[in-house]
Design a protein around this ligand. Sequence first.
Ligand SMILES: [Zn+2]
Length: 272
Amino acid sequence: MDLRAIMFLLLLQLVALCYARPGWDQAVDNENLGGSDEESITETILRMNNGSSEYLLEGDLVIPRARTAMKCMNKKYSCLWPKSSNGNVEVPYIIVDKYTNEEKGRIVQALREIQARTCIRFPPRTTQKSYISFEPKFGCPSQMGRMGYKQVVSLQRFGCVQKGIIQHEVLHSLGFYHEHTRSDRDQHILIDWDNIQKYQRYNFKKQDTNNLNTPYDYSSLMHYGRTAFGINRAVTITPIPDSSVEIGQRRDISDLDIIRINRLYKCFNYEM
Ligand SMILES: [Zn+2]
């Protein structure tokens, strides 16, 4: 074999190696995908997103290149979905074909529940420029607010396609941060900084949030669990003054989550 042929074979091998690394579109170790009944929404999201090649804020927020997620709520209405003349707010979506019909049904059902109690409407996308694309990429990250173009809500199969997580990620794309980073959180929770990995501490930075005159909500679908980013699952978030209050639920969108959507989007005919 001449030198050029050998070089060519080496190059081929290198390319194959590059594609073999786990990442987007490749399922990670199946053993880690099952989850358990005890797992909180936080743990599921963080577990599914662990190893993502994207820079993720607070574990599941993709930082867009065009602007930072931090500024989103500050720029007046720039990251909100626009209101139609009929008072509803349309958030067009598509679900890519990589899901089974059953999984697609779960996504549609999760959207319907938000739609039933708010003025947000989720029509299947036709030609709209801004829309959500549900895709089984790596983990379950989302972007903050409306981006103005196709924005991917990743729902990796066998882990992220469950109601609580679907709604959690959709709430991010409607413009909501995590409850534990609310501007007034220090009156409601204690953060144990010593139990958080140093390089994960930025995930607990307070955001300059618009709290929409709603009380702090321990039962929010956007609240992380006690051991989020904890070293060896150590407690990082403790409710005060009553430390026994449940946080990190993943079952349902809370009443206050609904009220916040209605206030942010001025859904006057709904619960505000
Ligand atoms: Zn999140």
